[in-house]
Design a protein around this ligand. Sequence first.
Ligand code: HEM
Length: 127
Amino acid sequence: MDMNSEQNIYEQLGESAGLRRIIETFYANVVQEPLLAPLFPEDIQPVIERQQQFLTQFFGGPPLYSEQHGHPMMRARHMRFPVTNERAEAWLACMNAALRENEVEDELREFVIARLKGPAYHFVNTP
Ligand code: HEM
């Protein structure tokens, strides 16, 4: 699993099972993060499912999210939540920690975070 291979990110993260472990760790972190937890429903399982579908396609796997939910329009889907700069940072920190906890190697981890930074700050909609 290194960045020089021709595998896409989805494959490098271990496809469905690897991504699932990371996303479960990520939301375990999110619900412990005071800035983020209040925004999420008590039953986090449906959120895990939709995030799995989205990140699968975002990282080069099959287009599961679009098949189920249509055009992602992710910024629009976040408009009903107050996303601040601090929350974008906290979101990325939870993901970075989840990648570390799942022992994703540093180069791949940094690449994944760099890919998520754009969308995270783009979703900021509240000062
Ligand atoms: C910037 C900070 C972010 C915050 C505060 C945030 C917060 C949220 C919240 C509160 C939900 C709704 C949970 C529910 O269903 O009730 C959600 C859904 C979701 N978020 Fe984020 N999010 C952030 C960034 C991101 C990023 C960077 C991505 C991916 C690139 C992402 C992908 C998703 C997806 C796929 C869903 C499910 C959408 C759906 O309902 O179909 N989010 N997010």
